[in-house]
Design a protein around this ligand. Structure first.
Ligand code: DX5
Ligand code: ZN
Length: 220
C-alpha cells in the first residue's frame, strides 16, 4: 500500500520544507498541468527538476498535458521514478510507454472519470501503473467520485487475470474514509493532496491513510 502525497496542495513558495513534511511517503506526486488539457497551470520541467533534486522521496509525475509524446520523456530524463500521461491526450501510447521505460522510469497511464478502461486492457502489459482519476483532473480539494469504483474493480480483475504486476493508483478526494472504498475495489497506490498537506502532522496523516488502506486491502 503506497501513499503518494500530491504537492499541488503544498505551499509552493516553501517547497523544500513542504517536501520535508512528507519524508514518510512512498512517492511525492507531482501534478503537471498545461492550461490546455486541463483548465489550470502548475509547473514544468525546470521546476520539477529542482523538486527532483530536493525531494526526500522519489517523484511520481502525473502529466495532465496535451501532446505527452513531446513532453513526457523529459520528465523521465530528469529522474522521475514514474511518469504517467493521460490516454485521452496520447496519440502513440505504446510508443510513449516504451520510451519512458527505456529511459528508466515506470510508465503510467491515466484515465479521466468518464473514460472507459476496457480499451486499455490489450495494452496493459506496456504499463507499470494505471491511474484511475477519482475526480475530474485539474484541481485539488474536490470530492471523491464513488461512481469510478466499478471501473477500478474491473481493472483489478483484468490485472489479476493477466498476472500483471501493474500498480493500481487512485487520485482525487482521497481521505481516511474514501480510501476504504478504493482499497476494497483493488487500488494499491493512493494519491492524497489536501488530506495530507492540510493535516497538522502530515507524517501521521500518511500513516493513518496507509493503515486504513491495509485494513481494507482487496484480497482474492
Ligand atoms: C487533480 C490532481 C490530484 C490532486 C489531488 O487534478 O491530479 O493529484 O492534487 O488532490 P486532493 O487529494 O486534494 O483531491
Ligand atoms: Zn494527480
Amino acid at each position: 500500500m503506497r501513499i503518494n502525497p500530491s504537492i499541488l496542495a503544498a505551499d509552493f513558495v516553501n517547497m523544500q520544507s513542504e517536501l520535508g513534511r512528507i519524508a514518510d511517503a512512498d512517492f511525492a506526486h507531482v501534478d503537471v498541468m498545461d492550461n490546455h488539457f486541463v483548465p489550470n497551470l502548475t509547473f514544468g520541467p525546470q521546476m520539477v527538476g529542482r523538486i527532483q533534486e530536493t525531494s526526500p522521496v522519489p517523484l511520481d509525475v502525473h502529466l495532465m498535458i496535451s501532446d505527452p509524446e513531446r513532453w513526457a520523456p523529459e520528465y523521465a530524463e530528469l529522474g522521475a521514478a514514474s511518469v504517467t500521461f493521460h490516454i485521452e491526450a496520447a496519440t502513440e501510447p505504446v510508443w510513449l510507454a516504451r520510451r519512458l521505460r527505456e529511459i528508466g522510469a515506470r510508465a503510467g497511464v491515466a484515465v479521466k472519470p468518464g473514460t472507459p478502461i476496457e480499451p486499455l486492457f490489450e495494452i496493459l502489459d506496456e504499463f507499470d501503473q494505471v491511474l484511475i482519476m477519482t475526480v475530474e483532473p485539474g484541481f485539488g480539494g474536490q470530492s471523491f467520485m464513488p461512481e469510478t469504483m466499478p471501473k477500478l474493480a474491473a481493472l483489478a480483475r483484468e490485472v489479476r487475470r493477466r498476472g500483471s504486476a501493474a500498480w493500481l493508483q487512485v487520485d482525487g478526494g482521497i481521505t481516511e474514509s474514501t480510501i476504504v472504498q478504493a482499497a476494497e475495489a483493488g487500488a494499491d497506490t493512493f494519491v492524497a493532496g489536501s488530506s495530507v498537506f492540510g493535516a497538522e502532522h502530515p507524517g501521521l496523516a500518511i500513516a493513518r491513510l496507509r493503515e486504513a488502506a491495509r485494513a481494507h486491502a482487496h484480497t482474492h
